[in-house]
Design a binder for this molecule. Structure first.
Ligand SMILES: NC(=O)c1ccc[n+]([C@@H]2O[C@H](COP(=O)([O-])OP(=O)(O)OC[C@H]3O[C@@H](n4cnc5c(N)ncnc54)[C@H](O)[C@@H]3O)[C@@H](O)[C@H]2O)c1
Length: 254
């Protein structure tokens, strides 16, 4: 039997490069899609497994580019067993400083991108059944300052996950979401100020940022047959942030 194939978006670096490594280690083949050709090409070369990987340059918010990518996967591998909608962008601004252009691009990449990619992959995944994992965020579970566009896009993606789980479950495709807490990737370095880092220290029981590999483990589990009856769920991988109420700050001060 041929190896399973996962399409991962935003695979050039960060959480999804770690996820790519996890799938490869588990014996899957990986189609790596990213808008950043240079970084994608460097990561593809560094992995050094050209027989098991395919690099696709595309913008997840552009249906024609995504369709061309799926076409390339069909020609090369003839199957898709899982899709990880990870490509995302962040820009932390107050509501008054968030201009419509920034809002629109964040919605296009973070929310329309998973809609476009999932729709494009559905016919191939349906052939044998499979799974979709949407990468959301704790910012989509709980509101906070500076995340009007980012947090709203991720909250929208959480609901899209449930819509997709309802309809695609009926076609043999499970759809779930992983909501990472803070992970020290290039994205986090760009938007996490010292103040934000201090705030996270105060609200995460495990008292640290997550690792890319810890997110990858959850994504792989939800994509695999081990999660065969899990559908429409949001798994927070966040050191306990989402489940915690008041008290942690006073505890830390003791
Ligand atoms: N790092 C964190 O703390 C954190 C926390 C919660 C959720 N997340 C989510 O995890 C995902 C990955 O984040 P990361 O921290 O690894 O970010 P990252 O910026 O390191 O990686 C994101 C990748 O997506 C690619 N990308 C961006 N726009 C794209 C587009 N339009 N089309 C195709 N590719 C595109 C980038 O080129 C990059 O390679 C994102 O969806 C992010 O919102 C991250």
């Amino acid at each position: 039997m041929s190896k399973k194939l996962v399409l991962v978006t935003g695979a050039a670096r960060g959480i999804e490069l770690a996820t790519t490594r996890k799938f490869l280690a588990e014996g899957w083949q990986v189609a790596m899609l990213d808008i950043d050709t240079e970084t994608l090409s460097a990561s593809y070369d560094a992995l050094g497994v050209p027989d098991d990987t395919l690099a696709i340059e595309a913008d997840v918010a552009e249906p024609d580019q995504v369709a061309a990518g799926i076409q390339a996967i069909t020609q090369r591998f003839g199957r898709i067993d899982a899709l990880v909608n990870n490509a995302g962008i962040a820009d932390f601004q107050t509501i008054e400083d968030t201009d419509f252009e920034v809002w629109s691009r964040i919605m296009a990449v973070n929310l329309s991108g998973p809609f476009i990619c999932t729709k494009a992959c559905t016919p191939l995944i349906m052939q044998q059944g499979g799974a979709v994992v949407n990468i959301v965020s704790i910012s989509g579970l709980r509101a906070s300052t500076l995340r009007v566009a980012y947090g709203t896009s991720k909250a929208g993606l959480i609901h899209l996950t449930k819509q997709q789980a309802a309809e695609l479950g009926n076609k043999g495709i499970r759809v779930n979401a992983v909501a990472p807490g803070p992970v020290d990737t290039e994205m986090a370095k760009k938007v996490h100020s010292p103040e934000i880092r201090a705030d996270y220290h105060d609200v995460i029981p495990l008292n640290r940022y997550g690792l890319e590999e810890e997110i990858a483990e959850a994504v792989f589990f939800l994509s695999s047959d081990k999660a065969s009856y899990i559908n429409g769920q949001v798994l927070a991988v966040d050191g306990g942030f989402e489940s915690t109420g008041i008290g942690l700050v006073s505890l830390r001060k003791e």
